[in-house]
Design a protein around this ligand. Structure first.
Ligand code: SF4
Length: 392
């Protein structure tokens, strides 16, 4: 029987506007749907009963059945777009079904523009411990290029309010914006380090099908940053943040000591987690079940009592073990052979030995006999390495 999840994610699909590069599950300018969304979340949360006691008649369960969680994460979309009143309503719905431990990490994603003293007060009242700010840059021109609706001063003001109130703050930074130069990334990093957040997540801009950026690229109106420059930018990120005392603990993530994101670590450990909302994916250790990506379809199906599943990825034990290798090697600590065998039931060398040896022979991985980890050179080409593992 699958283990009971200790981690939960709730997807809030509302944004003020859709940034040109974004293909996430969301609706922009549709606040008229928020009430229906709340009703659908309340309905979907009833699934918790079946998670806790699969196959048991819910009438026999202590009412209400609650899932005790070590981490709770609200992402989107933009959860802060709900404002203090909307977040109180949402947490009110969650409280009947998802109960964070006394020491739980409770993260909410926020747009810097939404961070007001009232919102910060609501975060405190609701037990939020960590706020992840979608800053992307501290340079006005880069933010305009990225189609963001906030400026650098909004980020500074938001970080200041959150830090004064005692929250752990993550800042999302994007690099490889169209036309961006290395010197601009260096200035962004200096400005970011000066803010002294506890955690930084750094992503290269990706050009997704169906986005406004991609259609402008196809028309030749805008061009991606050249690959070599993108790599130099990421090297600059690692060097600058490590020099500032951040630990580079996963390909895209940097933390001050003691501030790793515990929720993401659960994903990377392949622990089971629950998830609610449109496009949200849950995992029971073997099967990943993803809700319908269309916010409207998800809402309508849930409220009609229909199955709102969009996709089911049921893995064999070996496929789950191979995936565990990929997510494990994204972490700078790498993969410990004994821990891997105990968690997956497979021997690392049996299913990935030749690939690991090949990577080691060309300086992409280090192997001390008990632990395998990618080198910095390996990290930069990691996406190309995973096929070696996933296809066997
Ligand atoms: S605010 Fe975030 S989720 Fe919303 S459109 Fe922009 S990038 Fe996407």
């Amino acid at each position: 029987m699958p283990a009971i999840p200790r981690h939960a994610y709730v997807h809030v699909p509302f944004c003020r506007h859709r940034c040109g590069y974004c293909d996430f599950t969301l609706v922009a300018g549709r606040d008229d749907l928020i009430d229906r969304y709340f009703a659908a979340v309340a309905r979907e949360l009833q699934r918790v009963e079946h998670v806790i006691a699969p196959g048991v008649d819910s009438a026999r369960l202590k009412n209400p059945a609650c899932l005790q969680v070590a981490t709770l994460s609200l992402g989107g979309g933009t959860p802060s777009h709900l404002g203090p009143t909307g977040l109180r309503r949402l947490f009110g719905l969650l409280a009947g079904r998802l109960v964070p431990d006394a020491t739980a990490e409770v993260t909410v994603e926020a747009n810097p523009l939404d961070v007001t003293p009232d919102l910060v007060a609501a975060f405190r009242e609701l037990g939020v411990t960590r706020v992840s700010l979608g800053a992307q840059s501290l340079d006005a021109a880069t933010l305009r290029v990225l189609d963001r609706d906030h400026g650098p001063d909004d980020v500074r003001r938001a970080v200041g309010l959150l830090q004064t109130a005692g929250f752990a703050v993550n800042v999302d930074l994007m690099i490889a914006a169209p036309g961006q130069m290395l010197a601009e990334v260096a200035r962004d990093l200096d400005a970011l380090v000066a803010l002294a957040p506890e955690h930084v997540s750094v992503y290269c801009l990706t050009w997704e099908q169906g986005t406004a950026f991609e259609s402008r690229r196809k028309k030749g109106l805008v061009a991606p940053v050249e690959e070599g420059l993108e790599r130099e930018m990421f090297e600059a990120v690692i060097d600058r943040l490590e020099a500032a005392g951040f630990e580079h603990y996963e390909v895209s993530n940097f933390a001050r000591p003691g501030h790793r994101c515990r929720h993401n670590e659960a994903y990377w450990d392949c622990r089971p987690w629950e998830a609610f909302g449109p496009g949200a994916a849950r995992f029971d250790g073997r099967t990943r079940t993803t809700n319908h990506r269309s916010t409207l379809t998800w809402m309508n199906k849930v409220l009609a009592g229909e199955d709102a599943t969009g996709d089911i990825d049921a893995m064999t034990d070996e496929a789950a073990a191979r995936e565990r290798i990929v997510v494990g090697l994204r972490r700078r600590d790498g993969l410990d052979r004994t821990t891997f065998r105990e968690a997956s039931g497979f021997d690392l060398d049996q299913i990935a030995g030749p690939a690991v040896a090949r990577w080691g022979s060309v300086g992409l991985a280090e192997d001390d006999g008990s632990r395998v980890r990618l080198t910095r050179a390996g990290l930069f080409v990691s996406d190309a390495l995973w096929a070696d593992v996933l296809t066997g």
